[in-house]
Design a protein around this ligand. Structure first.
Ligand code: FAD
Length: 282
């Protein structure tokens, strides 16, 4: 289908984009890579009067070192996140998860910030960002503020970004030398996961961080499993016992791809696999 007619704005600075957002309010929609927005417009699930394209704002693109964190611009593509040396060195989990997003064409257009702002519970980047304790920098008319990962994902397709704000960059605390694995379960290649598990571990195992994809309306941490893994040795039996708690506190959907209890089973099995791979024990 053809989208409803809209005006197209192409600002070249964040300030210009914010001014346009302020002027048009609810009638406006931000465009990043368009890989989620354009299907929504074409299906006429949303009909903004104005589309504000961020692609002309070069300051929103790129990855830099900032001491104890790396900083990823919102308009950086999945392809660039996957391949960047700073990401591989300090946030390996993100590089591995970005490699699992859709297919090569979508990874070259879709953006890190767009995927996180879209907040699809089946999106591959929310759980790794949560597990790594990402900090989300959003800019609005009153300036910038930082939202901690635990507060960013509010509900299904809903984040802490205000209607008059833009996600500008994401700070990822360095996890240098941590092992990592993203275990994604799909029935069809290049698709959203039925369930996925994002794991990063320090040593074997001093500390573990486990994020769950598609196990509720937002990405979740498997905190009981994390607690059970802290200080544990990465033996198959020990890891699988800790992974038995991975579905605690989750509320996954039931749909054509699987019932909720099947997803909870998957979360336990995939967590065991992911932890063993992250710890280099599989
Ligand atoms: C066929 C197909 C398969 C896919 N498979 C997967 C998959 O396996 N895993 C996966 O994770 N994703 C998948 N995706 C989605 C893809 O990752 C998109 O890149 C992503 O969801 C949205 O990023 P985008 O840059 O394209 O954002 P857009 O589509 O441009 O925007 C998405 C939403 O976020 C808002 N937004 C964007 N940027 C900002 C910002 N900086 N500040 C505030 N709001 C903003 C927009 O207004 C819009 O509401 C798939 C998409 C397609 C079309």
């Amino acid at each position: 289908m053809i989208p409803v007619k809209f005006d197209y704005l192409a600002p070249t600075s964040v300030e210009e984009a914010l001014a346009a957002l302020g002027e048009h309010g609810d009638d406006a929609k931000i465009l990043a890579g368009g890989q989620s927005l354009l299907p929504v417009l074409r299906m006429r699930l949303n009909a903004p009067e104005v589309v504000i394209d961020l692609n002309g704002i070069s300051s929103l693109r790129g990855i830099r070192d900032d001491g104890d964190a790396i900083v990823i611009g919102a308009m950086t593509t999945h392809h660039d996140v996957r391949d960047h040396e700073l990401v591989k060195e300090h946030a390996l989990l993100l590089a591995k998860a970005a490699a699992e997003v859709a297919d090569s064409q979508i990874r070259h257009r879709g953006t890190f910030g767009g995927a996180l702002a879209h907040a699809d519970p089946a999106g591959d980047l929310g759980a790794p960002a949560l597990a790594l304790g990402a900090q989300f920098v959003v800019q609005g008319p009153g300036g910038s503020r930082t939202v901690e990962a635990d507060d960013f994902f509010v509900d299904l397709f809903e984040t802490a970004i205000g209607d008059d704000e833009i996600l500008t960059e994401v700070r990822i605390p360095k996890h240098t030398g941590w092992g990592a694995h993203y275990e994604k379960f799909v029935r069809v290649a290049h698709q959203w996961p039925i369930v996925a598990v994002a794991v990063t571990v320090k040593g074997s195992i001093d500390e573990a961080r486990v994020g769950l994809t598609n196990m509720g309306s937002t990405p979740l941490r498997a905190r009981a499993t994390e607690a059970a893994l802290a200080g544990a040795s990465a033996t198959e039996d020990g890891v699988r016992a800790a992974a038995e708690q991975a579905a605690e506190g989750t509320n996954p959907p039931s749909d054509l791809n699987g019932a909720a209890d099947y997803r909870q089973h998957l979360a336990r099995v995939l967590t065991g696999r992911a932890v063993l791979k992250a710890a280099g024990a599989a």
